[in-house]
Design a protein around this ligand. Structure first.
Ligand code: NMX
Ligand code: MLT
Length: 438
């Protein structure tokens, strides 16, 4: 058993009595009530999921294991010669809640090296798809292709299945997925956008650095990858990708089925695909409004109103929970401001101008509860600057990062024996009856 798994085993053992006690002694304590608009309106704000991996405060934004983004970056051991932590260090932290020592990070890195080799049949399956398939389809199919070797599914089918130890095989699949997904993503990128020029894994590199290497990127991109994967990892468990993963796994579908479902949800334009939509919107703005002229706040304002008046959303703005600027937006903005070249990049300047104007326009428009930017408004511009201009690929990057949160969550779901998820539905006539009764 790996060191990380040993530590996790103890953490799960220690945690179980807390969950058992809450259900047994306090199971009927009310923590929320449900209104008709919540029932029709996407279950917004209903407290009905439990996770200790991350928590999203509407004003403050995300905390991973109790730490804000700057606290997380400051606390974790850094990659060699970098200001950013390795993804391996972050994985240890997400799973256990402990800041790892360098030795513990090295152990995770060594464990991932043994897991990261992707079987050839996965690449064959991706190649068999029409080449104009969306990269998210390729990623989802790749995960399903790996399902046949699921250790959780094998354990379930072994006749020795046991609820207390089931998490151990989820951990195995989850670790395989987080170690392999950057390799699969790099393969998809190279296949679709680099004329199938594939680059072999460099076993000396940490996960973020190896991803940069495998897609033929320059040295500076290594930090972009580390930062990006960590920032996109988790956003508590009600967001579409995490919730879909949790829901599917709650039926004891293995992590491959579960995360493929999560990826399918992430591919939606109101969720992860918004980052490619942001670039699309910005490029269309330049094309349509800035022919031969520099962008101005007036032009941006006009374009925003044209989008809203056409009944469309402004991609990268608004959020179901957040009520202020997403700290993941600010963290990426800070990266841009601290990177010579990027700071003065015309696209970054335009995105910053949109940031100055859009909240006012959205407030005046009066529909959205949150006029501030979310993570997706800032991520594409960084990729673009480093030459990764194929924005169809951006949600795959999101999916590589989100695997960390989703896999940590379902490992704990099994550790704590969470039930199959099955909310109750009602009919419209029932709602009308309760409405009439007041
Ligand atoms: N532009 C225009 N209208 C908006 C926007 C926006 N950015 N955000 C919300 N609204 C509208 C929304 O469509 C709804 O209209 P209607 O009553 O006609 O249905 C109204 O404002 C109320 O919506 P909210 O309660 O503020 O937002 P909700 O929680 O339903 O949705 C999002 C949250 C994120 C889906 C929504 O803000 C949105 O569509 N944003 C643009 C897409 C985006 O950036 N998604 C990425 C989210 C982050 N991620 O990575 O997943
Ligand atoms: C996310 O990172 O999942 C998005 O911000 C959407 C959400 O939290 O609902």
């Amino acid at each position: 058993m790996s060191k990380l798994k040993e530590i996790l085993s103890k953490k799960i053992e220690d945690h179980r009595p807390r969950t058992t006690r809450l259900v047994k002694e306090f199971g009927k304590v009310k923590i929320d009530e449900v209104t008709i608009d919540q029932c029709i309106g996407g279950a917004r704000d209903i407290r009905s999921l439990v996770t200790d991996i991350s928590y999203l405060d509407p004003q403050e934004g995300i905390r991973f294991r109790g730490k804000t983004i700057p606290e997380t970056f400051a606390a974790l051991p850094k990659a060699n010669g970098s200001k950013y932590p390795t993804v391996e260090a972050f994985w240890f932290f997400l799973l256990t809640g402990d800041v790892p020592t360098q030795k513990q990070v090295d152990d995770v890195a060594a464990e991932w090296k043994t897991r990261q080799v992707v079987p050839t049949y996965v690449f064959d399956a991706i190649r068999a798809l029409p080449r104009d398939s969306h990269p998210m389809v390729m990623l989802s199919v790749a995960l399903l292709t790996l399902q046949k070797d699921s250790k959780f599914a094998a354990f379930y089918g072994s006749g020795k299945f046991n609820k207390m130890t089931a998490w151990e095989s989820v951990y195995e699949d989850a670790s395989d997925i987080v170690a392999r997904i950057p390799v699969i993503a790099a393969f998809i990128y190279n296949l679709k956008f680099r004329g199938d020029k594939q680059i072999a894994i460099d076993p000396k590199l940490d996960m973020g650095a190896n991803f940069a290497h495998m897609i033929g990127q320059k040295e500076e991109y290594k930090d972009v990858a580390r930062m990006y994967f960590i920032l996109h990892s988790d956003h508590e468990s009600g967001n579409v990708s995490a919730h879909a993963t949790h829901l599917v796994h709650s039926a004891l579908s293995d992590p491959y089925y579960a995360y493929s479902a999560g990826i399918n949800g992430l591919a939606g334009p109101l969720h992860g695909l918004a980052n490619q939509e942001v670039l699309d919107w910005t490029m269309q703005f330049q094309e349509k409004y800035c022919k031969g002229v520099e962008p101005t706040k007036e032009l941006v304002t006009k374009a925003l109103w044209d989008t809203l008046n056409a009944g469309q959303v402004i991609p990268g703005y608004g959020h179901a929970v957040l009520r202020k600027t997403d700290p993941r937006y600010m963290s990426q903005r800070e990266f841009c401001l601290n990177t010579p070249g990027l700071k003065d990049d015309p696209l970054f300047k335009l995105v910053s101008m949109i940031f100055e104007v859009a909240p006012g326009v959205l407030t005046e428009h009066g529909k959205t509860k949150n006029p501030w930017p979310n993570v997706d408004a800032q991520s594409g511009v960084i990729q673009w600057y480093y030459g990764l201009k194929e924005w169809d690929f951006y949600t795959v990057l999101f999916g590589v990062g989100r695997a960390l949160g989703c896999m940590a969550n379902i490992t704990w779901d099994r550790g704590l024996g969470y039930a199959i998820e099955r909310p109750k539905s009602v009919t419209t006539a029932m709602l009308e009856k309760w409405a009439a009764e007041g």
